[in-house]
Design a binder for this molecule. Structure first.
Ligand code: AMP
Length: 401
């Protein structure tokens, strides 16, 4: 195996069947309306290239977490019409399983320039178990394997890690290529300084290593949301009932605090909006983050923190953002996240490079109508963090020929 990865432009798909692994795990409402179609839209160029070359496509994807159990709730059937519309009514077919005797027959039946979507891979528990037999069955469905599923490239799943190993002809699609190029651009020393990293959300366990890893690269690290509280607690602050992620490693927190004392890069919130209940309550107050009363919890960054964070963003030339500054789903605690989104938009318009991943940060940008002004929107929050920490994602290694 070399470390060469082919991309979709290296192939002509005429009279070929592409087995295309995508991440169509899009958010939907109760009526199965797609509330954010970014992931699908970003794969359209890949689909078009294969179709215009004269190939046919078998699409495989996961959707939600059905844990090996078939259900209507997690069916991919609803994407058939949506995808066809996105592609000027190109015929799109759907088959009710992704494993089974009829599938190869079905693939033979569809014409070149047509598409077949197979049912949710995760209806089979083998998908998440890195299972060779399962991957071998899937490998019969195409001549060329195309990976455009960045959102799951950090997972050791059968269709991501094992399946490509059965193919001599394999490549990454335009979505995955763009993700790699943009994150590599961020990691290279070629971006302009000052570099600011903004981290929020609730899962500190997924973000601690990143702080360590990107320490030398960054000039400022702004920490908001629930992940600030373990630091404040370690610094001796009283955080009341605020969020503490149980999976955290205290020694890493202590080391980061020590590093920050030697050379300050991290900025924590100074004030927060507190509430007694985890609801969209209007009965909120501003408190110092170091002295939150016992029965209260911090659910958003406060006005002073917003000013400090925005001032730093204003002077940045490169920005990476992952995770909301508060419980952004509650409108009364979304202000911090929304104002950060606006400030990033402004600075990007002035020429800064901004890269944003994670569903909540992207929703905030959408709400504030900032989405088109960001340099790069990553389709995978978790995958982006993992790639930043360690470029060797299973879904990328397995594409090497
Ligand atoms: P993550 O998946 O780690 O990016 O976390 C996103 C989640 O963090 C969102 O659902 C937010 O509601 C949540 N979050 C952000 N700030 C807080 C906070 N101060 N307390 C509790 N949850 C928070």
């Amino acid at each position: 195996m070399t470390n060469i990865i082919k991309n979709i432009d290296d192939f002509n798909f005429k009279n070929k069947t592409a087995l295309l692994r995508v991440d169509f795990n899009v958010p939907i409402d109760n009526f199965k309306n797609i509330t954010d179609d970014t992931r699908i839209k970003y794969t359209i160029p890949t689909i078009k290239k294969i179709i215009y070359d004269g190939g046919k496509i078998v699409i495989i994807s996961h959707f939600g977490r059905p844990k090996g159990i078939q259900s209507k709730k997690y069916s991919l059937k609803f994407l058939k019409l949506f995808l066809s519309k996105q592609l000027n009514n190109i015929p799109v077919f759907f088959y009710k399983n992704c494993i089974g005797e009829n599938i190869e027959k079905k693939i033979n039946e569809i014409k070149y320039r047509e598409i077949l979507i197979l049912e949710n891979l995760r209806f089979h528990k083998e998908e998440e178990e890195c299972n060779k037999e399962f991957a071998l069955k899937l490998s019969k469905y195409g001549d060329i394997y195309v990976n455009d599923a960045f959102g799951v490239c950090h997972r050791y799943h059968s269709s991501i890690y094992i399946l490509p190993k059965f193919f001599k002809k394999k490549c990454i699609g335009y979505l995955l290529k763009k993700e790699i190029e943009n994150i590599d651009k961020f990691l290279s020393k070629k971006v302009y300084k000052p570099i600011t990293i903004i981290l929020g959300g609730s899962k500190i366990s997924t973000k601690l290593d990143l702080i360590d890893k990107l320490w030398n690269l960054s000039d400022y690290i702004l920490i908001g949301g629930g992940i600030a509280y373990p630091f404040i607690s370690e610094l001796g602050g009283k955080i009341g009932n605020s969020l503490i992620d149980n999976k955290i490693n205290n020694s890493t927190i202590i080391n980061i605090i020590k590093k920050n004392k030697k050379k300050q890069k991290i900025y924590f919130p100074t004030d927060v909006i507190i509430s007694k209940f985890f609801t969209n309550s209007t009965n909120n107050k501003v408190s110092s983050i170091f002295s939150i009363p016992k029965k209260y919890m911090g659910l958003d960054i406060g006005p002073n923190t917003i000013n400090i964070f925005c001032d730093i963003i204003k002077k940045s030339k490169t920005i990476l953002w992952n995770g909301p500054m508060g419980v952004f789903e509650f409108s009364n605690f979304s202000k911090g996240t929304r104002l950060i989104a606006k400030e990033i938009k402004k600075i990007t318009k002035k020429g800064a490079f901004s890269m944003i991943g994670g569903g909540d940060s992207i929703s905030a940008l959408k709400q504030e109508k900032c989405i088109n002004d960001i340099s790069y929107i990553s389709t995978g929050g978790g995958a982006m963090l993992e790639y930043l920490k360690n470029k060797k994602l299973p879904g990328i290694i397995s594409m090497m020929i």
